[in-house]
Design a binder for this molecule. Structure first.
Ligand code: CO
Length: 131
């Protein structure tokens, strides 16, 4: 497994992109919008991993709800897997609490699923399968 990306909740994608482009010294790429999840995203490559900036698309967005409670900041850590269905089965069988028992559509043609923070020492973990 690898860290695929770190998701950061932001109020303004354009302003956060400018900040992180300056911090990391790369141009953001991979703009996408996922309506089912109420997010607009931009990706910045950093080494083998990426920073994913997440802006809510409206008041019902999970990112909006997160920020209402906790403000901007790290929202999740995503781990890359080859076979997300197999990983979800394995985790469920070992008693891990899943938010998604079935993968859903993520940005950039990925399949994703979230693991509940109560099973991960308080961190929202995302599994992501590319391609
Ligand atoms: Co993510």
């Amino acid at each position: 497994m690898k860290i695929d990306h770190i998701g950061i909740a932001v109020r303004s994608l354009s302003s956060a992109v400018a900040t992180y482009e300056n911090l990391i010294g790369v141009t953001a790429s991979g703009y996408d919008q996922v309506d089912e999840q109420g997010v607009r995203v931009a990706m910045l490559n950093i080494g083998e991993s990426r920073i994913e900036l997440l802006e809510p698309t409206g008041p019902n967005s999970p990112i909006e709800k997160f920020m209402a409670k906790r403000g901007e900041g790290i929202h999740h850590i995503a781990v890359r897997v080859d076979d997300i269905e197999a990983e979800l089965r394995r985790l469920k069988e070992s008693g891990v609490r899943l938010i998604d028992e079935k993968p859903r559509r993520g940005a950039h043609n990925t399949k994703i699923a979230f693991i509940h923070p109560s099973s991960t020492s308080g961190v929202l973990l995302e599994l992501v399968q590319h391609g």
